[in-house]
Design a binder for this molecule. Structure first.
Ligand code: HEC
Length: 136
């Protein structure tokens, strides 16, 4: 993701360097603007429709990721998790969150409502580094 002088945000395929197309983001209202060109913030774009990072933003379709590291799966009070998730024995750490998107939510957390998505190794590392900073 890069911002240019024309105030249009563009997305780039991190594997090929090809532009993916302009996004309908208004930079003034962009919750990730503070993170500039952080590569992990760019990966996190795929999550913002459903997850927030700050305690005062609450839950969206998915639970807030604020304080995710050290949290047991499906344990956040006030969010209606799938029953299947409550029976899993996972604590979210940098390793388990990375695994979630290496293996894919459907296999790692069977019964999840989260849509299937996989993230490649480089983007996963960047995402985890970003989440360590942004979810505290
Ligand atoms: C279309 C919506 C959607 C998107 C996009 C999405 N998620 Fe989720 N996510 C969910 C939902 C819904 C749940 C809760 C699953 C359930 O209870 O079945 C969830 C659960 C999670 C959990 C477990 C939370 C907990 O407290 O146990 C993590 C971690 C997570 N998502 C991370 C991410 C990350 C990182 C991304 C971006 C790469 C992402 N999600 C993208 C909807 C989404």
């Amino acid at each position: 993701m890069t911002g240019g002088a024309d105030a249009v945000i563009r997305r780039w395929d991190t594997q090929t360097g090809e532009p993916i197309g302009a996004l309908p983001f208004d930079t003034a209202n962009d919750p990730l603007a503070a993170y500039g060109n952080d590569p992990g913030a760019r990966v996190y774009r795929a999550c913002i429709a459903c997850h927030t990072l700050h305690p005062d933003e609450g839950n969206r379709a998915g639970p807030t990721l604020h304080g995710i590291f050290g949290r047991r799966i499906a344990s956040l009070p006030g969010y209606n998790f799938s029953e299947a998730l409550k029976r899993l024995n996972i604590v979210w750490t940098p390793e388990t969150v990375a695994k979630l998107f290496e293996v894919g939510p459907a296999r790692y957390t069977p019964g999840t409502k989260m849509p299937e998505q996989h993230i490649g190794a480089t983007d996963r590392d960047a995402l985890i580094a970003f989440l360590k900073k942004a979810t505290q």
